[in-house]
Each structure stands twice: as structure tokens, then as C-alpha cells.
Write a protein that binds this ligand. Structure first.
Ligand code: SGN
Ligand code: CA
Length: 555
């Protein structure tokens, strides 16, 4: 039976055959059996082959450090390939800009206040349905390698090797189904080796796969590989326009946050100045700095590795000792910014090289054509904008996250969308791609219309955001808000009660809070109403705000 046989053709030829042999019962039975088998073939043919899903996520990778978005800091040719051969999302955001909550939202397809993982501290309720479990139940083979950041026993994966908690860059420990193991080397290379090895040798080639390939890099404290450390300490990077932000015309929350390059970035732990160099200069230093540095990746470096790291560490300290004492405060901030960027971007460069290795493997193995590849981060990050590092705020650099998707024969190569999508939408998108029904209580929307270029079927005009982890590291106050393409309205609450409004078109760097500007009065009223409606739509409420404060305070 030719494979292109349509159902109609099968029925027509059957009737003809039965008319020719009206009395032969056995023959009729035989013919009917053939019809049944043919119909099955037709049914199978109508259903396209289920794609493999390769979900690549880094930790704290700012979109400003991907050349598909902007190449002022670094070239990332391999990550860019995903957009060049697929789609670039310029308005992708998270619902809560911090690690474990973002991951919980991705896995459950639900907002933080529904899945309960409001911050990095609160435990995750593992009885909840996560999308890898649905893939596994639907016959996919599933695996996870790298940083998960909650729980030590990921659900719904047939195989895994995950880092405990934040994990380490150098000679990292992994949790595996068979127990813990330490692997010598650099974490980004190792996670990639594990991923390629599973794809190549361990998976069942008869089944489609879901691979969660999750980098630790470029999370603080930024330790590049020795090769990238040598390469990137020779580079100088342009400063962001807002590096010297004084937070004038802004709210209390921005002024009170503890994440400035100048004051909170630590000289040894973050900037790799050896504690003895600081002591020799006799300058006052944060008491945590030396202790943190000595307990950091620095203590994990073996002898052979140290022979590569030490000369570079020495040259940083030498430069510091020669220049720091005579620097102005402004020059000090610039010096720390350069050190920060050299290490952060050195980490990114390894991620890019390794993404290239995996994309090459997909090509060489013939898997590329039927594999949807996603590149994203658990949130954005400040690369000196507003004088900051870290994330958490609803302001653009941490609210937005990179998102690039390649899916051959489905997405037109080299396309860009400005639609407002969120990490909340990932689960439903992957499930639809794999032809698996999504549970009705997931709160996102499948991105399929955008991927297929049917923009008219996408009508979202606003997204909802809610951050909780306060008081805590970096002291970013609790806040929730609504973001449209034009405006951002936010309520900071708990120990303050302040509203902020930013005009995203006129003031893309979010330097002026126009909430009390009479020119925006009608917009404020409109957005208040829409925010209220969004909170109802997503089932968030003042009662839940209070509930989560109470739990947090009791912990
Ligand atoms: C650590 C970092 C913080 C960072 C949090 C959360 N400090 O605590 O700077 O904000 O992780 O990051 S460090 O001294 O341990 O480096 S998250 O990505 O896991 O949410
Ligand atoms: Ca993170």
C-alpha cells in the first residue's frame, strides 16, 4: 500500500473490490482487514513526527551579553545561530526574577503565588505536576544535566546529573541516580560532555527525547575557565550609560537595594584581588570578603589548574596595588566594572563555545531537523546598568530574559518577534509541540502561533510580575506590577507603600518615575484597573501577599 494513500482512496478501492467478489465471505474479511490496516497507516501519516526538545538554560545570562541582541560586549556566534536559523524574542520576560522561582514557573507553567516557590528559600512542593513528567508519561525519553537549584531528585527524568544547590565552577560535584560524584574540570565543559554523551550513547533512539541542558554559568561568583580568564583579562569593555546612576527621580526601593558594583561587589570574592594585596595596602575592606574568597572556587582549584590561574590572579593584584590608592571613586567603580565584565563575559564565552558543540552534534548526528532548540536564562541580569549587578527588580535588565528558538521547517529562519512572552509560557509551548495535552490549570499560553508566524492569533497586551524575597540578600523590596509594551506600573510593598510608573517608549532606561506626573494621570488610572484585573485573572490577591509574608517571617 503506497504511503500517500488517502483515506478516501482506500475506501473507494475497497468498495470496488467487494463489488467484484460479492459472495466470497473469507475474501471480504480479508479485504476489510487490509482496509483497517490502511486506515491505521493513514492515521499515523496524518500525525507529524513528534519533535525532540533541547531546552538550554543558563543561570543569570543577561540578554545584553548575547550578540543576537547587541554585540557591544561580546560575540556569541553559536547562541546567535539559534536565532539566525529560528526566532529571536526581544520582549521575553520572567514572572519573578530569581533563580529557583523562575525554574518552578518553567516546570509547572504556573505563577509563583500558585506553585508556592516564591523565593530561593521556600521549599518546592514536589507533588505538583511538572512538564517533564508529562513528556515521560507520553513516551518521551527525558534527561536533565546541570543546575536545577531545588530538590535533589528531579521528577519526570529518566536520567540526570545535577549540581547540588548553586553548584561549583571548578571540579564540581554532581548528584546522580547512583549517588554523588566529583568530576575534575570546568563546569560548563563538563555539563556539555554529559549532555552530548547521553544524546550519543545513552538515550533510546527509538523514542523522541526531552533534554534539559542547564548551565551554572554565568552565576556569581564568576570564575571563567583558565583559558578564558587569560583571554578576557586582556579586554576592555564599554561602560553602560547608567553606570553612575544616582537614583534621583526614582523610588526608595532602587535607593535601598544592596547590589551596587561600588559598595556591594566584593574586591576578592567577586573581583579576584588576592586578600593579601588588600591587606598590604592597609585599606578597609568588607569583613566577609576574605572569608568568602577563601571558601570559594579558589579553594577547589587543584595544583595543575592553579599553575594556570595563579599568574593571572597575581597580575590582577599587581594592577590593583599599583592603581587603586590614587584612584577617584569614579575610577574605582570603572575598575571594578571592568574586572566584573572580564570574568562574567569569560564565563559566557565558554557557554557559547559549548552551545556550539551541542549544535554541531545535532547536525552531525542528523538530529537537528527534528529538534526544537530553545536558549534562555532563568532571568536577566544587570551588567553595570544603574550601577548594579544581580537581578530581582521588575526593571528591564532583570525582568527581561533572553529567548531564542530554532525549529527547522516550523519557524522561518531569521525571524524576530516583539510580542510579550514569559517563562510562564514555556511548558504549554513544549507540550503543544510534542502533541501532549497541557493540564487546564497551567497559566501560560503556547507560543505556537508566534513560532508559526500567526501573530494575529496572539492577543496578549500585558504581563504580570511579582517578586517576594525580602528582607534578604541584596535587599530588593517586595513588589508586583503590570508591564505593557508602553508602560510599567509597579507597587513596592511590605515595609513601604510606593508606586512607580515608567514610560517604556520615552524612557527605556527607566530613569524617571512618572507616577505622580499629572500628564500621566489617566494612564495611571487605566493601568491600576488593568493590574487589578490581571491579579484576578492569575488568582493573585492581597490575602496571598499577606500569607506569603507570614510564612516568610515564620521561617
Ligand atoms: C547567591 C549570590 C547572590 C544571588 C543569589 C541568588 N551570592 O546568594 O548574589 O543573588 O545567590 O541567585 S553569593 O555570595 O553566594 O554569590 S540565584 O540566581 O540563585 O537566584
Ligand atoms: Ca539565576
Amino acid at each position: 500500500m503506497p504511503v500517500h494513500y488517502t483515506l478516501l482512496n482506500v475506501i473507494k478501492s475497497t468498495i470496488k473490490m467487494i463489488k467484484k467478489f460479492p459472495t466470497g465471505t473469507l475474501l471480504t474479511f480479508l479485504i476489510l482487514s487490509i482496509v483497517f490496516v490502511s486506515c491505521q497507516t493513514v492515521k499515523e501519516e496524518a500525525k507529524p513526527k513528534r519533535p525532540n526538545i533541547l531546552f538550554i538554560m543558563s543561570d543569570d545570562h543577561a540578554y545584553q551579553a548575547i550578540s543576537a541582541y547587541s554585540d557591544h560586549l561580546i560575540q556569541t556566534p553559536n547562541i546567535d545561530r539559534i536565532a539566525n536559523e529560528g526566532m529571536l524574542f526581544t520582549n521575553a520576560s520572567v514572572t519573578n526574577s530569581i533563580c529557583a522561582p523562575s525554574r518552578a514557573t518553567i516546570l509547572t507553567g504556573k505563577h509563583t503565588h500558585i506553585n508556592g516557590k516564591i523565593d530561593n528559600i521556600m521549599p518546592f512542593d514536589t507533588t505538583q505536576v511538572t512538564f517533564p513528567q508529562l513528556f515521560q508519561n507520553a513516551g518521551y525519553e527525558t534527561a536533565m544535566f546541570g543546575k536545577l537549584h531545588f530538590g535533589n531528585n528531579p521528577k519526570g527524568v529518566d536520567d540526570f546529573m545535577i549540581l547540588p544547590g548553586q553548584g561549583n565552577y571548578i571540579n564540581p560535584k554532581f548528584i546522580t541516580p547512583k549517588g554523588d560524584t566529583i568530576i575534575t574540570g570546568y563546569v560548563t565543559d563538563i555539563i556539555t560532555d554529559l549532555t552530548i554523551d547521553w544524546l550519543d550513547k545513552k538515550r533510546n533512539p527509538e523514542k523522541p527525547f526531552l533534554m534539559m541542558y542547564l548551565h551554572k554559568a554565568p552565576h556569581r561568583a564568576w570564575w571563567p575557565s583558565p583559558e578564558k580568564f587569560a583571554e578576557f583579562t586582556k579586554k576592555t569593555f564599554p561602560e553602560p550609560e547608567t553606570l553612575f546612576d544616582d537614583y534621583k527621580n526614582r523610588g526608595t526601593a532602587a535607593k535601598m537595594a544592596e547590589m551596587t558594583i561600588m559598595d556591594e561587589m566584593l574586591l576578592s570574592y567577586d573581583n579576584k584581588v588576592l586578600p593579601k594585596a588588600i591587606a598590604e595596602l592597609g585599606i578597609s575592606d568588607d569583613p566577609r570578603n576574605k572569608r568568602y574568597f577563601e571558601g570559594s572556587e579558589y579553594s577547589r582549584i587543584n595544583k595543575a589548574q592553579m599553575s594556570l590561574y595563579q599568574p593571572i590572579l597575581d597580575s590582577i593584584s599587581k594592577d590593583f596595588k599599583a592603581r587603586w590608592p590614587s584612584m577617584t571613586d569614579q575610577e574605582k567603580r570603572s575598575w571594578k566594572y571592568q574586572r566584573y565584565m572580564q570574568d562574567y563575559l569569560g564565563c559566557i564565552s565558554s557557554v557559547d563555545d559549548n552551545v556550539g558543540r551541542v549544535l554541531d552534534y545535532l547536525d552531525e548526528s542528523g538530529l537537528a531537523d527534528n529538534t526544537m532548540v530553545i536558549y534562555t536564562s532563568d532571568q536577566g541580569f544587570y551588567l553595570g546598568e544603574h550601577g548594579w549587578f544581580d537581578k530581582r527588580f521588575i526593571y528591564d535588565e532583570s525582568f527581561k530574559t533572553p529567548l531564542l528558538i530554532r525549529w527547522p521547517n516550523q519557524i522561518t529562519p531569521g525571524t524576530t518577534t516583539e510580542e510579550m512572552v514569559q517563562n510562564l509560557d514555556f511548558a504549554q509551548t513544549f507540550l503543544e509541540a510534542a502533541q501532549i495535552e497541557a493540564p487546564g490549570d497551567m497559566q501560560g499560553e503556547s507560543l505556537m502561533p508566534l513560532l508559526k508566524g500567526n501573530t494575529s492569533q496572539w492577543d496578549r497586551e500585558a504581563v504580570y510580575y511579582h517578586y517576594y524575597e525580602y528582607p534578604a540578600s541584596h535587599m530588593v523590596k517586595r513588589h508586583y506590577g503590570i508591564v505593557t509594551k508602553e508602560y510599567k506600573l509597579t507597587h513596592f510593598y511590605y515595609d513601604i507603600d510606593e508606586w512607580e510608573l515608567y514610560d517604556r517608549k520615552k524612557d527605556p532606561q527607566e530613569m524617571t518615575n512618572v507616577y505622580n506626573d499629572p500628564a500621566y494621570a489617566s494612564i495611571v488610572t487605566k493601568l491600576h484597573k488593568e493590574l487589578k484585573e490581571l491579579r484576578i485573572k492569575y488568582k493573585d490577591s492581597p490575602e496571598l501577599d499577606k500569607k506569603y509574608i507570614k510564612i516568610y517571617e515564620s521561617m
